[in-house]
Design a protein around this ligand. Sequence first.
Ligand code: ACO
Length: 425
Amino acid sequence: MDNFVKITFNKKTYEFPVITGSEGEKAIDISTLRQKTGLITLDPGFDNTGSCISTITFMSGEKGILRYRGIPVEELARHSTFTETAYLLINGVLPTRKELNQFSVLLNDNSLVHEDMQIFYQNFPRASHPMGILSSMVNALRSFYPGLETVEEINKTVTRLLSKMRTLAAMSYKISRGHKVIYPRPDLSYCANFLNMMFDSPVKPYRIDKELAKALNVFWILHADHEQNCSTSAVRVVGSGRVNLYAAISAGIAALWGPLHGGANQAVIEMLSDIAKNGGNINSVIKRAKDKNDSFRLMGFGHRVYKTYDPRAKIMKKTCAKVLKKLKTNDPLLNIAKELEEIALNDNYFIDHNLYPNVDFYSGILLRAMRIPTNMFTVMFAIGRLPGWIAQWKESADDPKWRLSRPRQVYIGPTKTKYIPIDER
Ligand code: ACO
């Protein structure tokens, strides 16, 4: 097999090496393209562009595979915890028991946030979206915890972020409801602690349900990384300007907010609720999604990379059904979701376009069952994605050849144009 590609331009032929990844995927290394030929590539949306080489996550859109550091996400969802998976992503290997204990102690030691940060929450307008608040608060952490120079300081920042972002998210919920903030407890695991901070109150103590804590572990494991998606690319690109880690993560949170990306879990529930309100008319929704003149899309369907069933969606669907059964909840939205999925999967438009449910399709129903408010859904995604963002940022930062991200463009605006003074226009 050829290990180079030839490009002929202006009667001259140039060779570019083909590099092969550990799972056999191939890429043309065009890093010298402009220098050799004067050409650039044009690839809006970066469908065909690899922005880096990476050892963190492998996914196959055709086969429906997702692995973190080589381990299938199905195995991690079954056997691991979110904390262990975060360690795996960030450090590259599974921790020993001792290492995991040390990591958990560090997470607990760094779980409190500076009391002064509570003041910020009071001043956001009531209707503020929690993703906007979270992005601002994470950026603000830099002012409260500035040390970011040495390896030790960076490692501490990583643990701080993992622990404090969870506390900040729970605080935002409590403050938005005008309730007393519940502090993290050192005796609780990462997920149980979050549920407790969200739902415990001085008048009604929260009883931690092991199965709900397990479901939350699964939810966060499934979201922990997804290679070079929109928000992760934002973290890498923003980080490449050598901005501090908090600012790079804050940019990732902002990117995740959009309904085509992480905001889809909220959009799915809104769509299912609208269907329920309109008497369960699924066919009209399917019709709108297929209409070229309507910008409406079936939320929770389709993916830039997966052209088959998203492996995370399969696990999410099962976890969701298990939790609803355990809680003895009969959520009408689950029935609508199942019916909608069934209709879409048998419809030629969705078959021809390779549109399958993605991770967001069932995750909202799971979060609803856990009593997480709809506008907090994307915040839940962000907490889950944090280890991936950190691992990807770290991989870039550890690369001695880390270059500033600076794509080019093909300019199609006016050519040189004379300035006309205002009174002569
Ligand atoms: N409903 C209806 N049609 C769709 C959908 C959908 N959900 N998704 C894609 N299509 C159609 C498009 O209209 C287009 O049709 P055409 O070729 O006939 O014009 C074709 O499929 C390709 O669509 P693109 O937008 O080019 O595909 P892209 O790879 O850019 O889209 C995306 C991926 C943004 C996720 C898209 O499928 C979508 O908007 N889905 C709904 C939002 C969603 O669920 N987002 C979450 C993604 S997962 C995540 O980020 C965590």
